[in-house]
Design a binder for this molecule. Structure first.
Ligand code: FES
Ligand code: FES
Length: 169
């Protein structure tokens, strides 16, 4: 089987029951993506598939063959951090850092959702697709990504500082 991961074709001979998360970590040595709960509750395993964020622990790798998968290793380019990664550094958006790869991928995916005008559970105006990335919107949209050491203020500040750039890119 083969997948397109961070722009490269990757192949592995795996059991059909292998999760996308285990494919990445155990078979392709892409250990940036973290395994927290392994049951869809923490967001540590968040990756992007065709730009959409998903929980890799709940996805079967076999389902995502020939799709474009981006992990935290693929966010930056040419030794340059992605703007969201840089903002996390500048705003102290992590303590232990275990949740950080998932937070980063989730933030990038969320920026795409805002750009496409997708409403969240707290969006008041469901007709207007020009959604203001307010404090409440950001926190609601990132609520699937837990940080047990409580770096939420730094995470929110980092995402807010980069979102204008991301949304318009
Ligand atoms: S490890 Fe996938 S959501 Fe927790
Ligand atoms: S920085 Fe997220 S769990 Fe510690």
């Amino acid at each position: 089987m083969q997948w397109i991961i961070n722009g490269l074709v990757r192949e592995a001979d795996i059991d059909f029951r292998t999760s996308l998360l285990d494919l990445l970590r155990e078979h392709l040595e892409l250990t940036g993506t973290k395994k927290g709960c392994n049951q869809g509750a923490c967001g540590a395993c968040t990756v992007l598939v065709d730009g959409e964020r998903i929980n890799a622990c709940l996805a079967l790798a076999v389902q995502y063959q020939d799709r474009s998968i981006t992990t935290v290793e693929g966010l930056g380019h040419d030794d340059e951090l992605h703007p969201v990664q840089q903002a996390f550094v500048e705003h102290d958006g992590f303590q232990c850092g275990y949740c950080t790869p998932g937070q980063l991928c989730s933030a990038v995916g969320m920026a795409g959702e805002l750009k496409r005008g997708m409403p969240s559970a707290v969006t008041v105006d469901l007709v207007n697709t020009d959604i203001v990335p307010s404090h409440d919107e950001l926190r609601e949209r990132m609520s699937g990504n837990l940080c047990r050491c409580g770096a939420y203020n730094g995470i929110a500040a980092a995402i807010a500082s980069t979102l204008a750039t991301e949304v318009s890119s």
